[in-house]
Design a protein around this ligand. Structure first.
Ligand code: ADP
Ligand code: MG
Length: 621
């Protein structure tokens, strides 16, 4: 029998390794930036074209490489960062596996120009598919210049798998931010398709945060500092009142390496305790310095999870450090309990400075409809097709179904439902809502009389349904319902948000937003859908971006439906909004013109009906 086993040739082995290390252009960016930092650079420039698919270039002023090292660096397991096993447990560099350049060299065209200060001339190497195709002496400045072209040129499946340019660019910007944040002492530039996105000068951490995320952060953050024998914690946390509805800027770094940890995230959130409104997420930029021996370093280079030996103590230390910072900078918010006392329930958090309990004005016993709450409908749209005739079939389950069913059965038997298109339009609103009397009760509910009882409409949910259908309709019918703003507003974004908004701009324009680029990282909002006249459009767009950021991949398919759903949710009138009789009538009228009347796009009820019979039953026996 002959033997079958052979060693894989290097180019193939490297390509396989590349599959793990280099998933997308952003992975190349991460590896090159980290190498530049490890080389002791004080200035690093990142230049990308076409979301890194055509070109990723990193130019540094670090220590450079000798002619031999310049060839060697592309070899598998070629690293200058560890020489013995013990080094692994004492790492101060970002790289150590010597895998990145070998991988990149296997799946792209690479030009490397590098020179050490002590050398007269530099080296220029051209590499293609793990082969050095040219190696020359050249004139060069000190430092290293890597230019990666045509990434995945020989791995078509990978190339095809890449997302749109705006998504890939966003990943690159995320990586750039994660590398630039822990190194405020290094100057960084980022140039995307010939336009400068960031020009970060060296400075303090606070300055770095502000130049990455916007001027307003200067006001929004307070410092954290706590040194213990286990871990040193420093950085900044956002003031509670600036917490966002979705996870925004939340960064942990361990020994200057970005990590993800829901466990430690929990420690931070716990420290804010009742200072945060429900489902609000604070920003934080926290840097942990830990003895490298007490963390598991043998993790995969692309993974951002990490294992700590003393996880529980670190949790407690972070929590207490954040708590202290909140107390010290006295950022317990000036509480306004008169406003929405039922929504934001703050408690005291600092026993040293007790906050007196809020005077709650809500009559807690006041809930006349408690026993009548319907089960949530499934919200499926199947039963509410375009045909209004299927209306009665839309009520799926339980008491709700019963009550509606009898309501419609009644109408039907009295011949009051006429199954014809034109008359139907009239019927639904005019016949059901038998009144021009609309009452608004606390909590954002509208009560009105119907033919056979009364209906309680949740104004927020109802408006959400109305907006959702209107957004989708405006995409379809192309007619413009833009209402120009009296005072156009500028929305200044960080680079990553800019790219994201740019990516969905055509969809927003279809939905009757008039938003246009306006200089560097800025958009101007000139108009918005007429239905949103009362809404703060800028805040709406910001919340939308927050949501997209917190849910990566959210907009990768069904973009318009998802935008419509989210914008409807964010733009719908709040429950505290007082409504005039006309506004209530208009809203209820619009709701009854929707294809699906009884629930929001997410399946929450828009209304509860109390049929006359129901009421009678309750009162008369
Ligand atoms: P690792 O970073 O794990 O050592 P890499 O494949 O990323 O592996 O890099 C291999 C080696 O190439 C590094 O150890 C370093 O000696 C050298 N190198 C890479 N990039 C640079 C750079 N920008 N400046 C100087 N040396 C570099
Ligand atoms: Mg490296």
């Amino acid at each position: 029998m002959s033997n079958h086993i052979q060693l894989l040739p290097d180019p193939i082995a490297n390509q396989i390794a590349a599959g793990e290390v280099i998933q997308r252009p952003a992975s190349v960016v991460k590896e090159l930036l980290e190498n530049a930092i490890d080389a002791g650079s004080t200035n690093i420039q990142l230049i990308i074209e076409d979301a890194g698919k055509t070109k990723i270039q990193v130019i540094d002023n670090g220590q450079g490489m000798s002619p031999v090292d310049a060839r060697m660096c592309f070899e598998k397991h070629a690293t200058s960062k560890i020489t013995k096993v013990e080094d692994l447990f004492n790492l101060s560099t970002k790289g150590f596996r010597g895998e990145a350049l070998a991988s990149i060299g296997a799946i792209a065209h690479v030009d490397l120009k590098t020179k050490r200060t002590e050398d007269e001339t530099g080296t220029l190497i051209e590499m293609e598919g793990s082969e050095i195709i040219s190696d020359k002496e050249c004139a060069s400045v000190d430092g290293t210049n890597f230019c990666i072209k045509n990434l995945f040129y020989n791995v078509p499946a990978r190339r095809k798998f890449l997302k749109s340019d705006s998504v890939e660019t966003k990943h690159i910007i995320d990586e750039f931010q994660r590398v630039a944040l822990p190194h405020p002492e290094i100057a960084f530039q980022l140039v995307n398709n010939n336009s400068e996105v960031y020009n970060l000068t060296s400075g303090s951490l606070r300055q770095r945060i502000v130049s990455l995320f916007g001027k307003s952060y200067d006001e929004k953050i307070v410092p954290v500092k706590e040194d213990t024998s286990i871990v040193d914690v420093k950085g900044f946390i956002g003031k509670p009142e600036n917490a966002k509805k979705t996870r925004g800027e939340q960064y942990f770094f361990v020994n200057d390496r970005f990590i993800k940890s829901s466990y430690l995230q929990h420690a931070v959130t716990k420290a804010y305790d009742s200072l945060l409104a429900e489902r609000a997420y604070p920003s934080f930029f926290l840097f942990l310095d830990i003895d490298p021996e007490s963390i598991d370093v043998n993790i995969h280079p692309t993974k951002t999870e990490i294992k700590f030996e003393e996880e529980k103590s670190i949790y407690a230390i972070i929590r207490s450090a954040v708590k202290q910072a909140l107390g010290k900078y006295n950022v317990a918010p000036s509480l306004d309990f008169d406003q929405e006392s039922s929504f934001d329930q703050f408690g005291s958090f600092n026993p040293a400075e007790p906050v007196s309990p809020p005077e709650i004005k809500v009559d807690k016993t006041y809930n006349p409809f408690e026993s009548q709450r319907p089960e949530r409908s499934s919200g499926g749209s199947s039963s509410f097709s375009n045909s209004r005739n299927s209306y009665t079939e839309g009520f799926k389950s339980g008491r709700e179904e019963q009550s509606w069913k009898s309501f419609f059965d009644d109408l039907e038997s009295k011949g009051e439902i006429v199954y014809e298109e034109e008359k139907e339009q009239e019927t639904l609103f005019d016949k059901e809502v038998q009144s021009n009397l609309f009452f608004q009760i606390q909590g954002g509910f509208i009560i009105t009389q119907m033919k056979d009882g009364l209906v309680i409409i949740d104004q927020h949910h109802a408006h959400e349904r109305v907006l959702y259908e209107q957004f989708l309709k405006s995409v379809e019918d192309q007619s413009s319902g833009v209402q120009q703003l009296l005072f156009p507003e500028n929305i200044e974004l960080n680079a990553s948000d800019y790219v994201m908004l740019e990516g969905v701009l055509p969809d927003l324009v279809d939905m009757d937003f008039d938003i246009r680029p306006f200089g560097k990282n800025t958009f101007a909002i000139y108009g918005a859908p007429a239905e949103l006249s009362d809404t703060n459009v800028k805040a709406l767009i910001e919340s939308l971006l927050d949501h997209a950021k917190a849910n990566s991949g959210w907009l990768s398919n069904d973009v318009q439906e998802k935008l419509a759903r989210k914008l409807a949710h964010l733009g719908a009138v709040g429950r505290t909004k007082k409504m005039t009789a006309e506004e209530m009538e208009a809203l209820v009228g619009q709701l009854f013109q929707c294809q699906q009347v009884q629930s929001t796009p997410d399946g929450k009820p828009t209304m509860i009906k109390h049929g006359l019979r129901d009421l009678q039953k309750q009162f008369l026996h």
